[in-house]
Design a protein around this ligand. Structure first.
Ligand code: BGP
Length: 492
């Protein structure tokens, strides 16, 4: 199938692929003939669309604590974090940010930023302590309170159903995502949440970062449940997770209020033209489609493309045509977590049509080796999604960086590197929206420092610093920066 000819039927709200304002060359028509510098300056002045949504993001396990409160069952991350040798600083998230008790204060932090939305996740083991069966009567009470508090403060709640805290019971019963039964249990949980919360929550994300939960959790053993499966089993896990996404989309449609909007939040493999020529742009599009073959491409196209199947070979997953129909159930928006560039791409006269340039050792990165500094990722990722798959509504569901964040002598945290990172990434986002790429909102990761998975509390991603001994929250310089961006609806 040709790239341009890709079906757009996978978007529920799609109006026949109307003009996206995108052309093969990444230039706004109004900019034609002007210098790059001048065009960039004018785009900056244009700011973001008037109805652009600004928010922050968090996840349940990373901030809530209260793991034994109100009937919550154990999650795979509880078991994993309590296994010696898994978390770099031997910490766990038993208390984390104590957000379960301090959520009102945290809503005030959002309000102080002027944020209009908030992306949080719901802990499945609070709702179904045993993974499935009878829901815990108190399971959603906390989220009811949180949602009411957000709405009372003029902040729109966007909920994620799964941010990796699988009920341990499902892992014990049938190997968690190794079984299709987990995908079915996920749909039941999604249906229950949709029934209870969509009177006040109109946007739901299904699964956060399918690819990381599969590869770090089941391939590399770095995340819970800490498995190192062989390739064929890993591919089956991947397929089951994608199936869980599709089944939950259907469940939300069936049981949520009409008009509830639903989509995934995926950390796609970001492919950037190494040098911005039409041929390299095309090559980066081809690479995007192929290298996301196991996740976004199958969700948006309903097929495992040849490049993906060829690479999987004898380890390809087992699936039916019906599975593919479910996985590609129409979605209303695409959530993209964007932190870094994954590949710089050059056009090539080979079978794939592209080559991936190797990263030089000197390529700049933030306070983690994996966190490469490549702001243009924020431009190309949504642009490719809009161009390749006709996506009409995109949310940047996460973007941010860790920083060393030591308080200065005056007690303030001058996180200049985070401000620099955010400014540059947001400028690229503004470049995208100025050209008509349909990005509807941005969620900064993260509101507060939190439990950064296997990095424990060693990596701080918050724009508010948290003293984990006292639970005191202090705004960093980046909080002031973000407040200003929201106020101006622009970044210069
Ligand atoms: C989020 C996690 C964050 C952070 C981020 C990193 O979903 O909850 O804590 O780890 O992902 O992105 P990536 O998974 O692409 O490395």
């Amino acid at each position: 199938m040709s790239l341009d000819g890709l079906s757009r039927r996978h978007f529920a709200t799609l109006a026949g692929g109307a003009a996206l304002g995108l052309s093969a060359a990444p230039v706004h028509p109004a900019d034609a003939g002007r210098s790059e510098v001048r065009a960039a300056a004018e785009n900056s002045l244009a700011g973001f669309p008037a109805d652009f949504r600004w928010g922050t993001a968090t996840s349940a396990y990373q901030i809530e604590g209260a793991i034994n409160e109100d009937g919550r069952g154990p999650a795979i991350w509880d078991r994993f974090a309590h296994t010696p040798g898994t978390i770099i600083d031997n910490s766990n998230a038993d208390v984390a940010d104590d957000h379960y008790r301090l959520y009102r204060d945290d809503v005030q932090l959002m309000k102080a930023l002027g944020a209009t939305t908030y992306r949080f996740s719901i802990a499945w083991p609070r709702v179904f302590p045993d993974g499935s069966g009878t829901p815990n009567p108190k399971g959603l009470d906390f989220y009811d309170r949180l949602i009411d508090e957000l709405l009372a403060n003029g902040i729109e709640p966007f909920a994620t159903l799964y941010h990796w805290d699988l009920p341990q019971a499902l892992q014990d019963r049938f190997g968690g995502w190794m079984s299709r039964d987990t995908a079915k249990a996920f749909a039941d949980y999604a249906a229950y949440v949709a029934e209870r919360l969509t009177d006040r929550v109109s946007h739901i994300f299904t699964i956060n970062e399918c690819s990381r939960l599969v590869h770090l959790g089941h391939g590399l053993g770095i995340d819970a449940p800490g498995l190192k499966l062989p390739q064929a089993e890993l591919n089956q896990v991947r397929h089951n997770v994608a199936l869980g996404h599709g089944l939950s989309v259907q469940a939300i449609r069936a049981r949520g209020r009409p008009g509830t909007k639903v989509g995934p939040a995926e950390n796609l493999v970001v492919c950037i033209p190494a040098i911005d020529t039409p041929a390299n742009v095309r090559a980066a599009e081809i690479a995007t489609r192929e290298l996301n073959g196991g996740y976004l491409t199958v969700i948006l196209e309903g097929q495992y493309i040849d490049g993906f199947l060829a690479q999987a070979g004898k380890d390809a997953p087992k699936y039916t045509a019906e599975d593919l129909r479910i996985i590609s159930s129409p979605i209303d928006f695409l959530g993209l977590n964007i932190y870094k560039p994954d590949h710089y791409v050059l056009a090539a006269d080979n079978e794939r049509g592209f080559t991936l340039a190797p990263f030089p050792a000197s390529f700049p990165h933030m306070d983690a080796d994996w966190l490469r500094f490549g702001p243009e990722a924020m431009y190309w990722a949504p642009r490719h999604a809009a161009k390749l798959w006709g996506v009409r509504s995109i949310y940047i569901t996460e973007n941010g960086t860790s920083s060393v964040d030591e308080p200065a002598a005056d007690g303030n945290v001058y996180d200049l590197d985070r401000v620099m990172y955010l400014r540059n990434y947001l400028q690229q986002l503004q470049r995208a929206t100025s050209q008509g790429v349909p990005v509807a909102g941005y969620f900064l990761w993260s509101l507060i420092d939190n439990f950064e998975w296997a990095d424990g509390y060693q990596k701080r991603f918050g724009i508010y610093r948290v003293d984990f001994k006292t639970q005191r929250r202090t705004p960093k310089l980046s909080a002031s920066f973000y407040r200003e961006v929201i106020k101006q609806n622009s970044v210069v």
